[in-house]
Design a binder for this molecule. Structure first.
Ligand SMILES: NC(=O)c1ccc[n+]([C@@H]2O[C@H](COP(=O)([O-])OP(=O)(O)OC[C@H]3O[C@@H](n4cnc5c(N)ncnc54)[C@H](O)[C@@H]3O)[C@@H](O)[C@H]2O)c1
Length: 219
């Protein structure tokens, strides 16, 4: 936030666990109180807890399973948290007729990544939401809020530290631009989504040209 202010822009923060309904309500109220309106809501928070559903030993017997909490925790943040964020943003934008954008962060791994049963399930799901929600809004005559998803490839952010680094190196060999995407390249696309009213009801991929099939990226 300091960096944003140093650049001469305005910024404020409110700590919130997006899996908790009352905290998301309080975050949205804070935003409205601070800035007087809400025009862009980005459901960006996400986690990974990679692993295989069942892991076998040399004898072919199951030695490890994905625990319920390993599965559920990713759904809680990436799916329920995204739902609460968008819902609470939309309630305020609709009631006040504020024009704007709901932006959803999916992932290239919406196509089904081995080792990410939990994560890929959430990202495949939210990739559909722009279509579902814009249809819902259209049906109800709400035309002043667009919904756009973005599905990034591998971006140089801390989330990648939780991935198997050998698998990540292998994956990068099959990325056409031969490097991780920079966070600024993602925010650049978010800016385009905010500024271009023709973008709606769609999930855009920004992957640097990921060319691989599904690999195992579990620890
Ligand atoms: N980095 C990548 O390669 C990549 C690729 C595709 C999609 N994504 C998606 O981009 C989004 C941003 O990820 P990132 O790469 O910046 O990762 P990151 O780990 O750097 O940031 C994730 C953020 O989510 C926050 N968060 C986690 N759980 C939360 C909760 N319960 N309540 C509130 N905040 C919570 C964390 O505090 C962190 O600031 C995620 O949805 C992620 O799935 C990332």
């Amino acid at each position: 936030m300091g960096e944003i202010r140093e650049e001469g822009f305005e910024a404020a923060y409110h700590i919130c666990n997006i899996t908790k309904e009352e905290e998301v309500v309080s975050l949205m109220d804070f935003a409205v109180k601070t800035y007087g309106a809400l025009n862009i809501v980005i459901a960006n928070a996400g986690i990974i807890r990679d692993g295989l559903m069942i892991q076998t030993d040399e004898e072919g017997k199951v030695k490890k399973i994905m625990s319920l909490s390993q599965f559920q925790s990713v759904l809680d943040v990436n799916l329920t948290g995204c739902f609460l964020t968008l819902r609470e943003g939309a309630v305020r934008m609709v009631n006040n007729k504020w024009e704007g954008l709901l932006l959803i962060v999916s992932s290239i791994n919406k196509t089904g990544q081995v080792g990410q049963l939990n994560y890929s399930s959430t990202k495949a799901s939210v990739a559909l939401w722009p279509k579902i929600l814009s249809g819902e809004f259209h049906m109800k005559g709400i035309h002043h809020i667009r919904i756009v998803g973005i599905a990034p490839g591998y971006v140089a952010t801390p989330i990648l530290k939780n991935m198997n680094q050998k698998a990540l190196d292998t994956i990068l060999k099959d990325v056409h631009i031969q490097r991780l995407i920079e966070p600024e390249e993602i925010t650049g696309l978010m800016k385009v989504a905010a500024e271009n009213d023709a973008l709606d009801a769609t999930t855009l991929e920004i992957t640097g040209g990921v060319l691989y099939g599904n690999r195992t990226i579990a620890k």
